[in-house]
Write a new protein. Structure first.
Ligand SMILES: C[S@@+](CC[C@H](N)C(=O)[O-])C[C@H]1O[C@@H](n2cnc3c(N)ncnc32)[C@H](O)[C@@H]1O
Length: 282
């Protein structure tokens, strides 16, 4: 499923931003505890088609399109950078499925996840407990709750929009070691790729990050949404009224304004790859 902060926060006054923030927190708590999402390892809308080299893990069976969002950032979009991370950080790790997938690709890397939601941090910690050296840290506030230079691959799927893109880049750069890859994906309703890319380039410049790649992934996320409509409809039918109508919107189902934005090209989902320089002048 897509992220909630889908209309750019920058367009809202401060009080509106606070209201959206509090609503986000409450909505995530309800979703992670009481909705069908509670039984899953991911909470992202997915990406199709699957790459031929996607790893099919038994724990993630049925959620391959969501795992593919991580495969994109951990493999397809960074292959030319020859990643060999020793510490992987997933910001907004949710239920931990992304870190489990990262472990399959980089079994020697230590895994750290952070999420501001206590329900999923506990769930992710249980999922990753068998992987030695893994840890899940509860986040709070506008900063990533980890020390400077703590990872050499900083990932995020769906969380950067909650920070705001410049704020996210500043925090990701702080947590990145020299040479670290910063790979993330997110989306905006009523989005504009030219404006998003310009904002990312300027924020990357401000932090001295190398800008490797920006990809419009909307056709792929829309393909995943369309393929998932029957499953979403069946799950939403079990969601109690009064949450069902809201769930229909959240799930971008046909008939919602959100679905129409996908259909008419006004949704902008993207992936971006940056890198912290090896040395300040490098
Ligand atoms: C759309 S979900 C994606 C979860 C996971 N990355 C996945 O793909 O399954 C976004 C996640 O970001 C988390 N989040 C939002 N703001 C955050 C913040 N400031 N710090 C840490 N996590 C945050 C939410 O609690 C939620 O779990």
């Amino acid at each position: 499923m897509p992220d909630l902060v889908r209309i750019r926060h920058a367009t809202l006054p401060a009080l509106g931003r606070l209201a959206v923030h509090l609503f986000d927190l409450a909505a995530y708590e309800v979703l992670y505890r009481f909705s069908p999402v509670a039984r899953k390892r991911f909470f992202n809308g997915g990406y199709l088609p699957l790459s031929p080299d996607l790893r099919h893990l038994p724990e993630l069976a049925g959620e391959e399109a969501s795992a593919m969002m991580y495969h994109l950032l951990l493999a397809d979009l960074i292959a030319d950078l020859h990643p060999d991370p020793s510490d992987i950080l997933d910001v907004g790790c949710g239920q931990g499925g992304g870190l489990l997938y990262a472990h399959a690709l980089f079994p020697k890397a230590r895994l750290t996840g952070t999420d501001r939601n206590g329900t999923v941090t506990r769930k992710a910690a249980r999922l990753l407990a068998p992987i030695s050296g893994s840890r899940i840290v509860k986040g709070h506030g506008p900063r990533i709750n980890l020390p400077d230079a703590s990872a050499d691959l900083v990932l995020s799927v769906g969380a950067p929009t909650y920070f705001g893109l410049p704020a996210y880049l500043a925090e990701a750069a702080r947590c990145a070691r020299p040479g670290a890859i910063i790979a993330f994906s997110a989306g905006y309703r009523q989005g504009d790729h030219t404006a998003i890319q310009a904002e990312l380039r300027s924020a990357a410049d401000a932090k001295g990050l190398v800008f490797h790649r920006y990809a419009d992934i909307t056709p792929h996320t829309f393909a995943a949404l369309q393929a998932d409509i029957p499953r979403r409809a069946a799950e939403l039918a079990r969601v109690p009224w009064p949450f069902r109508a809201y769930g229909w919107k959240w799930a971008d189902m046909p008939g919602s304004a959100e679905y129409e934005e996908y259909r008419t090209g006004r949704r902008a989902d993207f992936a971006c790859i940056l890198q912290r320089r090896h040395s300040p002048g490098g």
